[in-house]
Ligand binder design. Structure first.
Ligand code: AMP
Length: 381
């Protein structure tokens, strides 16, 4: 069976690596000839709105899927004419827009941060006045890893700050903004699940995520100190969203926890960074389950594997020293084959252990190792 993937970054690469043992063949489309999925699969180099490139991606594949959600509607319409596309683009359209996401979450009975949409500067002023400070102004579309958002505190020059914020966030886009009240959460969690073509749903245990400078730094699964009611709430919520969207594939939803309460922040209609631990930590990884789902195959188990506690550490900007990191027992390093650059996700590492504290200690030891020397990890095939 052949799978086409829109996007050729590390998520596509890990999908390919998960699907290869199943005998699957892959073709990815990416604007960059250096896209790292190209090291392990066929790569079509072209823009995501280039009809010829999209037709080339679609030729002869059984299904097309995505490694990211920010795809123009014209692209998904064209793909639908030429191939089976899963998940359905309607989920992508919602995942692209923070307002539509929040409206969906509310319909599914889940709370969110208080919010108000805005376009013009007077609307932004009115929205900030209604929500109050502190608050976060975000672009409705195309934000990622803390980009496209500004945090506002009460300030004597709030009017001037709002004018600057409006100019900064609406430059070069459609001008849609959303003002969110600042949630004093205790921690960030995510819930991931797969839904198959037959409607079967498999949910992974809640994951605890820590961000640094807006980028995911570590994930721990199962999230420590989650009681059964909290897990049940998350499971029921993601199940409702999957069913509402008639969704096929893996879906991730980011949550804030305040005591016994969960609030939904955003969803990703794809495999997700907070699910990378599933490669070693789950009986079936998010990547394999996504492929099983979009190809109409039975889903694999989302039970914990290899000891029961997984800790994932992102490598941002640099990988750890190769020899020293491979000396650490039980540490699985995933180097994405990307050229190191500040702020870039170039790899991750996962430890799985029967003991939560031991998994965390090993992850901390890995983080303490520092950075690889230039060229230490192979970058090309
Ligand atoms: P996002 O792009 O929405 O995932 O936001 C990036 C990060 O900013 C989140 O992971 C949170 O740490 C923080 N954040 C986003 N929205 C809020 C909010 N309404 N209240 C508090 N923190 C937030």
């Amino acid at each position: 069976m052949r799978v086409g993937i829109l996007g050729g970054g590390q998520l596509a690469r890990m999908l390919v690596l998960a699907g290869t043992p199943l005998g699957l063949r892959f073709r990815c489309l990416d604007p960059s000839p250096d896209a790292v999925a190209g090291h392990v699969s066929e790569l079509v180099v072209g823009a995501f709105d280039d009809p010829a490139a999209l037709r080339q991606l679609a030729a002869g594949v059984d299904v097309i899927t995505f490694e990211f959600e920010n795809v123009p509607a014209s692209t998904t319409e064209l793909l639908l004419q030429h191939a089976t596309v899963r998940p359905h683009p309607r989920a992508l359209a919602i995942g692209q827009d923070r307002l539509l996401e929040k409206q969906l979450f509310a319909r599914m009975g889940m709370g969110t941060a208080p919010y108000q949409p805005a376009h013009t500067l007077p609307e932004l002023r009115a929205a900030v006045a209604a929500i109050g400070t502190p608050c976060i102004v975000k672009t409705r579309r195309l934000g990622y890893d803390g980009h496209g958002q500004v945090r506002l505190r009460d300030a004597s020059d709030l009017d001037a700050v709002l004018a600057r914020t409006h100019a900064e966030l609406t430059r070069g886009n459609d001008g849609g903004l959303i003002v969110e009240g600042f949630v004093p959460f205790q921690r960030e969690l995510s819930v991931l699940a797969a839904r198959g073509l037959d409607g079967a749903i498999a949910v992974w245990p809640l994951v605890e995520n820590v961000h640094e400078s807006g980028i995911l730094a570590t994930s721990r699964a199962p999230a420590p100190a989650v009681d059964a009611p909290l897990q049940r709430t998350a499971t029921a919520f993601i199940t409702a969203v999957l069913q509402e969207l008639d969704y096929i594939g893996v879906l991730a939803i980011e949550l804030f926890q305040l005591g016994d309460t969960l609030l939904a922040n955003e969803m990703a209609p794809r495999v997700h960074n907070s699910g990378h631990w599933t490669i070693e930590g789950s009986v079936c990884s998010q990547f394999e389950n996504h492929l099983r789902a979009v190809l109409g195959l039975p889903l694999g188990s989302t039970a914990m594997a290899g000891g029961g506690h997984a800790t994932m550490v992102n490598c941002i900007g640099e990988l750890p020293p190769r020899t020293a990191s491979l000396h650490l027992p039980g540490v699985h390093v995933h180097a994405y084959g990307k050229t190191p650059r500040p702020g870039r996700k170039v790899g991750h590492a996962t430890v799985v252990d029967a003991d939560r504290a031991r998994a965390d200690a090993m992850a901390a030891a890995l983080r303490a190792l520092g950075q690889a020397r230039p060229g230490e990890w192979p970058l090309t095939r």
